[in-house]
Design a protein around this ligand. Structure first.
Ligand SMILES: [Mn+2]
Length: 301
């Protein structure tokens, strides 16, 4: 089964007070192009769909467009809320959308939603775990009083996940896995309270993560992966190649590949001048130009 894994779209995000909507629209075009060409059986959106729990109308319109087109191109679309989303608002109409092959995780209430799909090798269960804080976990279970940090909270939740014999398992989650590389645009907890040990997810065949904005293996584990954000949302991401993740789930285990977002219109000169203009106005625009070396160098100077 081929899986398209995306995360941290942050629709409606403003970087240094500059709207990223035009860049986000451009990125949607690339995502849809990849989806139509690669024909995955499932597209996964691992949280932080929006940048705010109450997204701007244009951000909602953009996601409505992406979701509709993606659902036309891919038979199954599965998504969870991240720490920036309102899980309740994101789940509007979720049970209706189920019938269209669009599966949105309900707000966390103690259970991890399972979506049962299959390929030529047999059943594949997708588990939807939206971003969840320890407090919410302590409220859900009578025996979770000691779930003080995110690691203990996730460990407790995982006891609710019961694998079916013979099924392969894919998890969608939005957490910070210990040992992964972070950026400045992620809003992490001070003091490492939000670290989750990679071992919590060891039983899954593939873990589609959101939260960290650099595409990478999580905690050095090949089958745990952050798709990363599609655009540079902070200075610390200058020069970072953003990508979508394409995972091929075989009979036993997943093989992961990356497809970088391209910059067909990138004209370094133009972009540098745009950068310069923004800078002289006291603002610096971080957009798709950042993946070009010259812009990255300009930013660092
Ligand atoms: Mn994020």
């Amino acid at each position: 089964m081929k899986i398209l894994h995306l995360a941290d779209l942050h629709f409606g995000k403003r970087v240094n007070e500059i709207s990223m909507l035009a860049e986000q629209e451009h990125i949607c075009g690339q995502i849809l192009e990849i989806a139509r060409r690669e024909r995955p059986q499932a597209a996964l959106l691992a949280g932080d769909i929006y940048d705010k729990p109450t997204p701007a109308p244009e951000a909602v319109q953009l996601f409505d467009y992406l979701l509709t087109e993606l659902a036309d191109a891919v038979p199954n679309v599965l998504l969870i809320a991240g720490n920036h989303d309102s899980a309740e608002r994101l789940a509007f109409g979720a049970r209706l959308l189920d019938r269209q092959g669009v599966y949105i995780a309900p707000p966390f209430a103690g259970e991890v939603t399972r979506v049962e799909l299959a390929d030529e090798f047999g059943p594949v269960d997708f588990w939807l775990l939206p971003f969840v804080k320890p407090l919410a976990v302590r409220r859900c279970y009578l025996d979770a009083a000691d779930a003080a940090d995110y690691d203990a909270a996730v460990a407790r939740i995982m006891r609710e996940v019961h694998f079916r014999p013979g099924a392969r398992n894919v998890l969608l989650a939005h957490q910070l896995v210990t040992g992964s590389a972070t950026c400045e645009s992620e809003e992490l907890a001070i003091g490492g309270l939000d670290n989750v040990d990679a071992a919590r997810f060891a039983a899954f065949d593939y873990v589609a993560l959101g939260h960290l904005h650099g595409p990478q293996q999580a905690g050095g584990q090949p089958k745990l992966r952050y798709a990363g954000s599609p655009l540079q949302y902070s200075f610390s991401e200058a020069g970072q190649q953003k990508s979508v993740t394409l995972a091929e789930l075989g009979a036993d285990g997943a093989v992961v590949a990356e497809e970088g977002y391209g910059n067909p219109d990138a004209d370094d000169k133009l972009l540098e001048s745009a950068l310069e203009m923004s800078r002289s106005a006291g603002m610096i625009r971080l957009s798709r130009c950042i993946s070009s070396e010259r812009c990255a160098a300009a930013l660092r100077s």
